[in-house]
Design a protein around this ligand. Structure first.
Ligand code: NAD
Length: 378
């Protein structure tokens, strides 16, 4: 039998790595699921609800971890937690593999096999395991909800006897998973939505959501998507043209949501101080790229600042603010991944170390960091 432990996250992380639904499915796979008491509380998963679906509620983290083969977490666990597992156990979490290098080395030194869900290959077989998508989608939604709450005016156009309220103008910069959901949410709230990206494929996606696409569509734009589906860093010449276009457009916008990222690099700077100063007081910028430095020059990651009456909000864990859905989807991503690690017939752990998904996510094994992005640089 495979024993799976789930312990509570730190105070700044409301999500949890198991849901009643996944507890039931993991139990059906023949696993024993041990959850620390209260671990699901902030996601509204009570001990009783988890227990009713087959989970065993442990009185403490130590009780949950003892003799477990697998530890499931949202964030990187401590080395002490991992040492309490069976020797050579599997740890599966969003390990923040590029952050706190010495902490990651200490974790690797426990000899556990560490898997980082952020490294999930973006291949169709792994779509159901893609935590960046499941969480970015919710972050894109929540960014618009928070922007609407911070904005002192209404979002939809309203025609009333006392006069007409104009529709808010929302501009979404970066149309990946988060940006697409931001467009859809802003449209549902009745805003007039425009969006921009450097990947040509996004033009049609924006139009299909009923928003207007604006971008510098030159020769470089036509080549801006990598084979993996991500954006390339753009040339200084392109960036200058893009800045001119954005400067002309942004001064009339009420809500701007930025999500632009380039894998392995700092976030591209798309909004300058002068652009912020050109915006109307009361406008709101939500910068979802804060963790990677931000898309706006004035962004202070994790804070809300105000410049000339424009508020710039750079949350670091927006998906965590929709914890019920974020935990449910994250737990389903983990369940799908465990589906390839556990032998369903023999009900034992059977890891195929040559599997593309296993190799893609494995960060450390037998005491050493093994992922090529970490051993050879990104
Ligand atoms: P991301 O978080 O890396 O970036 C967000 C967006 O920012 C991207 O659309 C990118 O093109 C854009 N961007 C980068 N630089 C920019 C700039 N200078 N100006 C304007 N926009 C800029 O992207 P993501 O949400 O992870 O999605 C990236 C791609 O991966 C998409 O094509 C998506 O459809 C694809 N995807 C595939 C899978 C899968 O196959 N499993 C899963 C999820 C996403």
């Amino acid at each position: 039998m495979v024993t799976i432990a789930v312990t509570a996250e730190g105070t700044d992380e409301p999500r949890v790595a198991v849901s009643p639904e996944t507890a039931k499915k993991l139990t059906a796979l023949g696993a024993k699921v041990k959850v620390e008491t209260g671990a699901g509380k902030r996601s509204r998963f009570s001990d009783e609800a988890l227990k009713a679906q087959g989970a065993e509620i442990a009185a403490s983290a130590a009780d949950a971890l003892r003799d477990a083969d697998i530890l499931l977490k949202v964030r990187r666990p401590s080395a002490d937690e991992v040492k309490a597992l069976k020797p050579g156990a599997l740890v599966i979490a969003m390990l923040d593999p590029y952050g706190d290098k010495s902490g990651l080395e200490a974790l690797a030194a426990t000899n556990a096999s560490l898997f980082s869900m952020e490294f999930m290959p973006r291949i169709s077989r792994a779509q159901s395991m893609d935590v960046l998508s499941s969480q970015a989608n919710l972050a894109g939604y929540k960014a618009v909800i928070d922007a609407a709450a911070m904005f002192g005016s209404a979002m939809p156009m309203m025609t009333t006897a006392a006069g007409t309220v104009p529709a808010a103008k929302a501009f979404i910069m970066g149309v990946g998973v988060a940006g697409l959901q931001a467009i859809a949410t802003a449209r549902r709230l009745g805003a007039q939505v425009t969006a921009t990206d450097v990947r040509p494929a996004t033009k049609e996606q924006v139009a299909s959501l009923g928003a207007k696409f604006i971008a510098v569509e030159d020769e470089e734009f036509k080549q801006a998507q990598t084979a993996a589906g991500y954006a390339k860093p753009m040339s200084a010449e392109y960036q200058a043209k893009q800045a001119e276009l954005v400067a002309n457009h942004i001064k009339n916008q009420d809500i701007v949501v930025t999500t632009a990222l380039i894998p392995g690099r700092p976030a591209p700077r798309l909004i300058t101080r002068a652009m912020v100063e050109s915006m109307k007081p009361g406008s709101v910028i939500v910068d979802l790229a804060g963790e990677r430095g931000g898309n706006c020059e004035l962004t202070e990651p994790g804070k809300t600042i105000e410049a000339n009456g424009v508020r710039i909000f750079a949350p670091l864990n927006l998906a965590g603010e929709v914890p019920v859905n974020a935990s449910s989807l994250y737990a389903k991503n983990l369940l799908a991944f465990l589906g390839i690690l556990i032998d369903k017939d023999e009900k034992v752990l059977k890891v195929d170390w040559d599997d593309e998904i296993v190799k893609g996510t494995l960060v450390a094994k037998d005491g050493k960091i093994v992922h090529p992005s970490l051993t050879q640089g990104a």
